[in-house]
Write a protein that binds this ligand. Structure first.
Ligand SMILES: C=C1C[C@]23C[C@@]1(O)CC[C@H]2[C@@]12CC[C@H](O)[C@@](C)(C(=O)O1)[C@H]2[C@@H]3C(=O)O
Ligand SMILES: O=C(O)CCC(=O)C(=O)O
Ligand SMILES: [Fe+2]
Length: 326
């Protein structure tokens, strides 16, 4: 298991136990910004604690999610929307990927949530109010982290990443993943997959989960799969492909996956917020971050272009490579 401790050990030897950086957001601002940048450069993944979101808000969404996933299948299927949104069961995306999970994929804006809550909940106004509060809170943490990142990098406006998430048409998503207990069919499969290996395409992802393990990240030079110890009060932060492109490859967009849940007693639930920019935002590295010895790595592209490329490809593909300058 990866033990989450205070950040420091960045050099990792093969087969040694690794520590996932844990960053306390109430710490000294300039130190926190530097730790965030270091974690993004070395891992593309870290855990934040004391992030300011009341545990009650997280727990409420967990309860709402379980209420939905515990319904009979036919009722859940009422929430099947135009792909890729709404309820999905074992099929991920549009290109034939599968996994041992069911999920709800929602656009994280008030209109979408209000309109779809009727299909999801017996008490739509309470559901949409709770989901909207969660989205507002988690988006606040994401923006806070992005601002600290810009401060830590230096030489760029502090709002350079944050503004991409705060436009009216910013492309924000909330994904509720439910991994039911699936012991029986996997007696002969040592590594049943819940959600296959991938990097997230957006700017930044904030993942919360209940206490059941499953998330794994591919870290360090050895690229070993490391199980992440769940921490229901924390957010796990995942650098997305766009942030990698905007930092000229300096930040890692970490590959991660979720194993199928082989616990016999408890389902796993993850609540994942994806911060993406408006469709027509151009993604490129700010000139001040392009150093003479590291010329521009990726050609500029819009999020709309990147997204359509993403959806035309399989989950596990290295999609950003397509935008590399030769
Ligand atoms: C197979 C796919 C599912 C996905 C779109 C894609 O074609 C490749 C990226 C996948 C991913 C991973 C992170 C998020 O869970 C997600 C919503 C996203 O933006 O990219 C999913 C997409 C999806 O499930 O629709
Ligand atoms: O459920 C998890 O832990 C991972 C889910 C994930 O990576 C995703 O939804 O993109
Ligand atoms: Fe992901």
């Amino acid at each position: 298991m990866v033990v989450a401790t205070q950040i420091n050990p960045i050099h990792v030897e093969k087969n040694q136990e690794m520590t996932i950086p844990t960053i306390d957001l109430t710490g000294d601002e300039s130190k926190v910004s530097k730790l965030i940048v270091k974690a993004c450069e070395e891992y593309g993944f870290f855990k934040v604690i004391n992030h300011g979101v009341d545990y009650h808000i997280i727990k409420t969404i967990e309860n709402e999610s379980f209420e939905f996933f515990n319904k009979p299948l036919v009722e859940k299927q009422r929430a099947e929307l135009a792909k890729p949104f709404g309820y999905g069961n074992k099929n991920i995306g549009l290109s034939g990927d599968t996994g041992e999970l069911e999920y709800l994929l929602l656009q994280a804006n008030q209109d979408f949530i209000d309109n779809t809550s009727m299909l999801i909940s017996n008490d739509p106004s309470s559901f949409s109010c709770r989901v909207n509060s969660y989205v507002k809170a988690v988006k606040g943490v994401a923006c806070n982290i992005l601002e600290l990142m810009a401060k830590g990098i230096g030489g760029v406006p502090h709002s350079v990443f944050t503004t991409l998430l705060t436009e009216d048409d910013s492309d924000l998503l909330l994904r509720l993943n439910h991994y039911p207990c699936v012991t029986h069919p996997f007696q002969h499969d040592a590594n049943p997959i819940g959600f296959g290996e991938h990097s997230d395409p957006q700017i930044l992802t904030l993942l919360a989960s209940n206490g059941v393990p499953g998330l794994q990240v591919s870290l360090g030079d050895s690229r070993q799969w490391l199980p992440v110890t769940p921490d229901p009060r924390a957010f796990f932060v995942i650098v997305g492909d766009l942030l990698k492109a905007m930092t000229n490859g300096r930040f890692i967009s970490v590959r991660h996956r979720a194993m199928a849940n082989t616990s016999t007693t408890e389902s796993r639930l993850s609540m994942v917020f994806f911060g993406g920019p408006p469709p027509h935002a151009t993604i490129t590295c700010p000139p001040k971050l392009v150093k003479r010895n590291t010329p521009l790595v990726y050609k500029p592209f819009t999020w709309a272009e990147y997204k359509s490329h993403t959806y035309a490809h399989r989950l596990g593909e290295a999609r950003l490579d397509h935008f590399k300058l030769s």
